[in-house]
Write a new protein. Structure first.
Length: 234
């Protein structure tokens, strides 16, 4: 998300793609414990809301996105992460899954996410990893950058947040991710924003994410194509 609308989430066209299912599983395993029992949750960039269905519950859940196609009428707000239309210290939990890489300037977006957090509120976040993996996919998706784990931790700490967990994710499929990015450099990219996979490969990738989730629930991972972060506003 940024001040200028970027292409909408690929999940709007292909919601059953393995990566979205895998991300939902990994986010749940890696970050759910920081959800707690909030009164108000802000879900920023929630066009692909099924990836974070575990954020929903009896509490107030507000969805925000620049792309209105991903919002349910009466339950969502069309707005930018750079200018959230909420008062300071409004939400107990703010989620921003694969959002910050779309935002420029970065520090303004992080400041906005922190601003609307209540004291002791939790920021739950995921971002794509490794600038060396930059490709046409990032350009088409409207990304400005990719991250390392130290890089995203530094960005949040500079905004006054205390990072309680940071870990890579999609570790078991990481070798395939590296190979796919290398292939993009030698083969003209498809017009599709997401690489096509066979049904058999789809099942295998989903299974690998489920296996990884069991590890991610208990320990940080040293490699992966995404970074997951949980931070607290003191």
């Amino acid at each position: 998300m940024s001040a200028v609308a970027q292409p909408g989430s690929s999940s709007l066209e292909r919601p059953d793609y393995w990566w979205f299912a895998g991300r939902a599983t990994l986010l749940d395993a890696g970050l759910r414990r920081w959800l707690g029992q909030p009164r108000r949750v802000l879900d920023v960039g929630s066009a692909d809301a099924p990836s974070a269905a575990w954020l929903r519950g009896d509490h107030l859940h507000v969805a925000v996105d620049l792309d209105p196609r991903g919002l349910v009428r009466g339950h969502g707000v069309c707005a930018s992460a750079l200018a959230l239309p909420f008062a300071d210290r409004t939400f107990d939990v703010v989620a921003a899954f694969d959002v910050l890489e779309h935002c420029e300037p970065e520090d303004r977006a992080v400041a906005e996410l922190a601003r609307v957090l209540a004291p002791d509120g939790r920021l739950l976040m995921s971002v794509p990893a490794h600038q060396w993996a930059w490709s046409d996919h990032d350009v088409r998706a409207g990304h400005h950058r990719r991250y390392t784990r130290p890089g995203i931790v530094r960005a949040l700490e500079d905004a006054g947040l205390r990072v309680e967990r940071s870990t890579y994710a999609f570790a078991l499929v990481f070798p395939m991710f590296v190979a796919e990015r290398a292939l993009r450099r030698v083969r003209p990219p498809s017009v599709d924003r997401l690489p096509r996979v066979s049904p058999r490969t789809d099942r295998m990738l989903r299974a690998l994410c489920r296996i990884e989730a069991r590890v991610l629930a208990h320990r940080d991972l040293p490699v992966g194509s995404s970074v997951l972060v949980a931070a607290v506003r003191p």
